[in-house]
Design a protein around this ligand. Structure first.
Ligand SMILES: NC(=O)c1ccc[n+]([C@@H]2O[C@H](COP(=O)([O-])OP(=O)(O)OC[C@H]3O[C@@H](n4cnc5c(N)ncnc54)[C@H](O)[C@@H]3O)[C@@H](O)[C@H]2O)c1
Length: 259
């Protein structure tokens, strides 16, 4: 049990990778606050954890709203005690080049992906400062490092999260709070399924996602959750300011003409 006695808050835990992280954390002994804007899915994740004997509390919130985030943190602390781990995973991904992106989509992406993390961090840091320990993990993406086509605004928010991670790690290292980010490549998740479903030639696009990664396939939710468990645990006690790529080698792949 690598997260025994830890209280963890996970945003966007109603579905996809966030749900996978929440289930893994609970299996490792953490008491988990499941935050999501989708009421049904939020409760589903908490129920799945409880059915397996874990401890979870569903908290239906929009991470963009300061009063809702404040309420969720207070409610979680009252139920399970001081928060040790915060995972900022909730995100939206508007598609399109910059000139095709509406101001509304731009503002929503910045609000959920960046402002949401700021609002959560702002609430949990005073609690972690009191304990002189804590682990904050931002869900970045390989798109925050590489220039992938058609998702510029999403990519910008993910790059910002990696920069926020580096700056925050310096601010809080001496106080015992570690801040790291994780940058997955393409992961077999609802976000990928929705993206592929919106394409004309779905089979070809899905195959291209596999082939894009040097390991020859997209990643699994569990493969991402493994890294979050490590960063949340005391095994990562000397790890702060890092951005872990979990991308099957995509971000270091070079190209060379071959016969
Ligand atoms: N799927 C991938 O291939 C991939 C790759 C790299 C990074 N990521 C990142 O991983 C994270 C999870 O991705 P996913 O594929 O599981 O996405 P997903 O769309 O399946 O899940 C996102 C969750 O966030 C919730 N959410 C959205 N807006 C919210 C808000 N305002 N307040 C609270 N909850 C909100 C949604 O309801 C959903 O449950 C995201 O940060 C994404 O950018 C995903």
């Amino acid at each position: 049990m690598r997260l025994q006695n830890k209280v963890a808050l996970i945003t966007g835990a109603g579905d996809g990778i966030g749900r996978g992280i929440a289930i893994r954390f609970a299996a490792e002994g953490a008491k988990v606050g499941v935050l999501d804007i989708n009421e049904k899915k939020c409760h589903e994740t908490a129920d799945l954890i409880r059915e397996k004997g874990g401890q979870a509390m569903p908290l239906v919130v929009d991470v963009c709203q300061p009063d809702q985030v404040q309420w969720a943190v207070e409610t979680l602390v009252n139920k399970f005690g001081p928060i040790n781990v915060a995972v900022n995973n909730a995100a939206v991904m508007p598609a399109g080049k910059v000139h095709e992106t509406s101001l509304e989509d731009f503002e929503r992406a910045v609000a959920v992906n960046l402002r949401g993390a700021f609002l959560v961090d702002r609430e949990v840091i005073p609690i972690m400062l009191q304990q002189r320990s804590g682990s904050i993990i931002h869900m970045s993406s390989i798109t925050g490092i590489l220039g992938l086509p058609g998702i510029a605004i999403y990519s910008a928010t993910k790059g910002a999260l990696a920069a926020l991670t580096r700056a925050m790690s310096t601010d809080y290292a001496a106080e015992g709070i570690r801040v790291n980010s994780v940058s997955p490549g393409t992961i077999d998740s609802p976000m990928l399924h929705n993206f592929v479903a919106a394409q004309r030639d779905q089979e070809r696009i899905r195959r291209a996602f596999d082939e894009m990664h040097p390991v020859g396939r997209v990643g699994t939710i569990d493969e991402v959750a493994n890294v979050f468990v490590f960063l949340a645990s005391d095994e990562a006690s000397f790890v702060t300011g890092a951005n872990y790529t979990v991308d099957g080698g995509l971000s270091v792949k070079g190209e060379q003409p071959q016969d």
